[in-house]
Design a protein around this ligand. Structure first.
Ligand SMILES: *[C@@H]1O[C@H](CO)[C@@H](O)[C@H](O)[C@H]1NC(C)=O
Ligand SMILES: *[C@@H]1O[C@H](CO)[C@@H](O)[C@H](O)[C@H]1NC(C)=O
Length: 350
């Protein structure tokens, strides 16, 4: 992942000879696009074609994937599954979850949210050619209750559309798993949409706010991560329903209501298989195990040594922590500190 991103950055940001003529320039850009798009591992033909048409957007998509993975690792830092086992960081757009677990579901949703977010943000910042601020908001000059749209509204519609086009282009197999992936991709996009905010600026004599100008904004990505974690906790087990002439899976229904054929909600995170307990290493189910994981001896939560180490016990590592403390500012101009130290212990699973 890092290597691929680096390659993309390197190639796209390499200084261009300003003397190049326009035609030559565009063919260089096309060549570069080809070069990059042929080298990113795991793209489907459809994704490769999108990549060639919009090479700049690929960099943004890569950033979005990374944003999603970083948030996933933050949200699951205290759990046995810590988002590393996904292997998602090793391939740019190809997840390696073989099992359709709840964790795989979360990975897809947060990645899709990350891509939606990054594209929308890049549009607002003028980094991409085919989009900018939401023009539809700018045109509507309607003043209702003393406010109007103005400034730069984030073009979430473009972000949603492009994220769907690119990520759903992976799901070419008509099977239960691709239905699951597409559903979770959508749940991720929806999480961004639902958390959009509005900011306003007052105009009027000495800030009296007789009129306001407002624009839609992206929330901090953490808010989307928190939202998706709640959805993960309430994740829904689903089963595929087959249909059509060749009896292929065509949609998903909640397993609990097999008879009534209730579909999950669009915002639900859905999964097809129960998760392993992630205690032991088992690559075939995407479990790295918890040997060597840090744990908290006094916590009764998932970060506690009992749960984290699955009853195997833990090793204690003692060390002395030192830091600068009681710093005082002396006139003028130096700072004097004491050195403080404390014996601490760290625990890691056996
Ligand atoms: C997650 O857990 C694995 C396996 O114990 C460990 O190797 C890895 O460093 C952890 N990753 C993070 C981001 O904490
Ligand atoms: C360990 O857990 C306890 C109880 O939940 C908490 O008060 C403490 O801050 C935790 N320690 C560390 C190092 O996270």
């Amino acid at each position: 992942m890092i290597v691929v991103l680096f390659l993309v950055f390197f190639v796209l940001n390499a200084p261009l000879d300003a003397e190049l003529e326009r035609g030559a320039l565009s063919s260089v850009v096309a060549l570069r696009a080809n070069f990059i798009c042929n080298r990113i591992p795991g793209l489907t033909p459809r994704q490769r074609s999108i990549c060639r048409k919009r090479p700049n957007a690929i960099v943004t998509i890569g950033e979005g994937v990374q944003l999603g993975i970083n948030e996933c690792q933050y949200q699951f830092r205290n759990n046995r599954w810590n988002c590393s086992s996904s292997g998602a960081e090793n391939t740019m757009f190809g997840h390696t979850h073989k099992v359709g677990s709840r964790e795989a579901a979360f990975t897809y949703a947060i990645t899709s949210a990350g891509v939606t977010y990054s594209i929308t943000q890049a549009c607002s910042l003028g980094k991409l050619k085919r989009c900018s601020c939401d023009q539809s908001k700018k045109k509507s000059k309607v003043l209702n209750e003393g406010w109007k749209w103005g400034g730069c509204s984030a073009d979430i519609k473009h972000g949603l559309k492009f994220s769907r086009k690119f990520l759903d282009a992976r799901e070419i197999e008509q099977n239960a798993r691709s239905l699951m992936n597409k559903h979770n991709n959508r749940a991720g996009r929806k999480a961004v949409k639902e958390n959009m905010g509005t900011e306003c600026k007052c105009h009027g004599v000495s800030g009296s706010c007789t009129t306001k100008t407002c624009w839609t904004t992206l929330p901090p990505f953490r808010k989307i991560g928190d939202h998706l974690l709640r959805k993960y906790k309430k994740g829904k087990l689903v089963v595929p329903m087959v249909g059509g002439r060749n009896r292929r899976p065509v949609y998903l229904t909640l397993k609990r209501s097999r008879l009534s054929h209730t579909k999950p909600r669009r915002s639900d995170i859905v999964y097809l298989q129960k998760s392993p307990n992630y205690c032991d290493y088992d690559a075939s189910v995407g479990s790295l195990g918890t040997v060597g994981r840090k744990c908290n001896r006094t916590s009764s939560g998932t970060d506690g040594c009992d749960l984290m180490c699955c009853g195997r016990g833990y090793n204690t590592h003692q060390y002395t922590k030192t830091w600068q403390c009681n710093c005082k500012f002396h006139w003028c101009c130096y700072v004097q500190c004491n050195k403080c130290s404390e014996r601490t212990e760290e625990y890691a699973c056996k």
